[in-house]
Design a protein around this ligand. Structure first.
Ligand code: B12
Length: 215
């Protein structure tokens, strides 16, 4: 098993975009769990590339290639992540998006896939989503939960804008926030109903939010 994880790590770390999908396919064919592939294989490499980029040891093209490699792997893994949930009545609609000015989407996609696997209906608005768009879609779709992702310290402030817009317009949805720079105290400060640090915690949180009770 370890050599599959090592291979997943390597293709992302080296930015071998075309090798990422086949690496995911081989791992699934060998019976590996898709979520383990994400967490133990691809994400560890992406985190390492992010650290090295932050330290100035890797550069933007390498960050882009690593991100693209994970996207290719997710294209293979996402349907399997979603299938792993037993179909049942929807637990509620979750409207997900990455806030304006921010194009990071990998974490949001994983959160969306696990929510879908857990039985939520998920509408993903994509990345760089302005507050007005969150509001428009929330009024139209009446989701139980609005989930916002932000990966940059400069864009997390947009989460506050979206919450203010939803509250101002009396949209009854609960709001959950996440993304690497987001913290529980930030979530509290901006009036979100909850924060989750990873996709599994996001599912637990979403279940609590639709069951009632503030975090
Ligand atoms: C991949 C990546 C990119 C890719 C994104 C590709 C894509 N399609 O998504 C690209 C190359 C495009 C990119 C661009 C940039 N990036 Co970048 N990027 C990363 C990197 C390496 C990984 C992010 C990631 O996907 N992580 C993996 C996922 C699984 O983790 P996650 O997103 O945190 O999500 C998990 C949780 O946070 C949570 N979660 C996420 N969303 C949500 C939502 C809800 C509702 C909930 C409940 C939970 C939740 O669950 C997820 C699953 O477990 C990070 C480093 C890092 N450590 O975060 C830098 C990083 C975020 N990037 C950074 C920077 C600076 C940039 C650029 C400004 C670089 C540049 N000079 O152009 C641009 C910004 C572009 C923009 N306007 O958005 C900095 C941010 C610094 C800061 N503090 O603001 C980081 C931290 C790198 C660093 N160390 O400097 N980046």
């Amino acid at each position: 098993m370890e050599h599959f994880y090592a291979e997943m790590y390597r293709v992302v770390y080296e930015g071998e975009v075309d090798a990422a999908g086949p690496a995911a396919e081989r791992a699934l064919a060998a019976g590996l769990d898709p979520l383990e592939c994400v967490n133990r294989g691809f994400m560890r490499a992406l985190e390492q590339v992010g650290r090295e980029f932050g330290a100035g040891d890797k550069f933007l093209p390498e960050l882009v290639a690593a991100g693209e490699a994970v996207q290719r792997a997710l294209a293979v893994l996402q349907p399997r992540l979603q299938e792993s949930g037993i179909r049942r009545e929807s637990l509620g609609l979750v409207l997900l998006g990455t806030v304006e000015g921010d194009i990071h989407e990998i974490g949001k996609r994983i959160v969306g896939a696990l929510l879908a696997a857990a039985g939520f209906e998920v509408v993903d608005l994509g990345v760089d989503v302005p507050a007005a768009r969150f509001l428009e879609r929330a009024r139209e779709l009446r989701p139980a939960i609005v989930g916002m992702s932000a990966l940059l310290t400069t864009t997390m402030v947009r989460q506050r804008e979206v919450i203010a817009a939803l509250r101002r317009e009396n949209v009854p949805a609960r709001v959950m926030v996440g993304g690497a720079p987001v913290t529980p105290s930030w979530a509290e400060e901006i009036g979100a109903d909850g924060y989750a640090e990873d996709a599994s915690a996001a599912v637990d949180l979403a279940r609590q939010l639709v069951g009632g009770g503030k975090q």
